[in-house]
Design a protein around this ligand. Structure first.
Ligand code: SAM
Length: 254
């Protein structure tokens, strides 16, 4: 079916049903069948062959130290993780600014990281790598107390009550970060969501962590270096154009 759509050049199809009675298996009057854009499909395919991208495989059990970020050439480098990296704009900028830091961008959407991984190769940035995985599994890929910084760049705020546990600053995630960070290592949050900003402060305090820096509008603070204001991802730009302020919080957990 997918092949048929691809060959016919149809990438999104909407079916309008005259009456639900004629379609007994559904109660919906209008069903949208989404197929992927050609561009997206190409990225899903290309990303599989990029040398700077690692895929988490189901059922695979490997010691964390066997992953590429622990190879000898990276041994003496500070390690920075960007969780929910999307196209990895922060990872790329951090890596370009300091060749002695190794940045690993992690996201579950491989077509997005394809963009960042290809840019890294085009710019000869060897100190940025990508991992396609759910953040929930992060402890499987990194050694205890081996990470210097973790950046949460515009994570989904999950406003609904039933998905609070999916917020990247919910207790089980903080627990994983505390396990991975070196003592005194920092977690940085950038967000356009008031809800997530407030929630994160409460969650960190409840966990026993310590908020060390915070701003509810990084572009209006006296300290113009707070929250890496010079790095602006596409998502961030879109939020700013809607009039949203950019919030930042740095915290420690151990
Ligand atoms: C709003 S986007 C922000 C992307 C990017 N950081 C930026 O600033 O443009 C959130 C990203 O987090 C990823 N994400 C959300 N929850 C995740 C999870 N549990 N595991 C892996 N990736 C996740 C999504 O796939 C998406 O790319």
């Amino acid at each position: 079916m997918e092949l048929f759509f691809k060959q016919s050049g149809i990438h999104r199809l909407t079916l309008n049903f005259i009456s639900p009675i004629s379609w007994p298996w559904t109660n919906f009057k209008k069903v949208k069948i989404f197929t992927m854009s050609k561009n997206k499909l190409h990225k899903y395919e290309r990303v599989k062959y990029l040398p700077n991208v690692t895929f988490s495989l189901f059922g695979e059990s490997r010691p964390p130290a066997s992953y590429p970020w622990y190879e000898e050439r990276y041994q003496n480098m500070e390690k920075v993780l960007e969780l929910g990296c999307g196209k990895g704009e922060y990872s790329l900028a951090f890596a370009a600014a300091d060749s002695q830091r190794l940045c690993v961008g992690i996201d579950s959407k491989s077509h997005r990281m394809c963009v960042g991984a290809e840019k890294a190769i085009a710019h000869g940035l060897e100190n940025v790598l990508f991992l396609r995985s759910r953040i929930e599994r992060i402890k499987e890929f990194f050694v205890e107390q081996s990470i210097h910084e973790i950046w949460l760049t515009f994570p989904d705020p999950h406003p609904k009550k039933r998905t609070v546990k999916c917020r990247l600053s919910a207790a089980p995630f903080l627990d994983a970060y505390a396990h991975l960070l070196i003592p005194g290592g920092t977690v940085h949050l950038k967000t356009d969501s008031d809800l997530l900003y407030t929630y994160t402060r409460k969650s960190v305090e409840h966990f026993g962590g310590c908020v060390v820096q915070a701003s509810d509008n990084i572009h209006e603070t006296e300290d113009c270096t707070i929250g890496a204001p010079d790095i602006v991802s596409a998502f961030e730009k879109a939020a700013q154009s809607k009039g949203k302020t950019i919030k930042y919080m740095a915290f420690t957990l151990n």
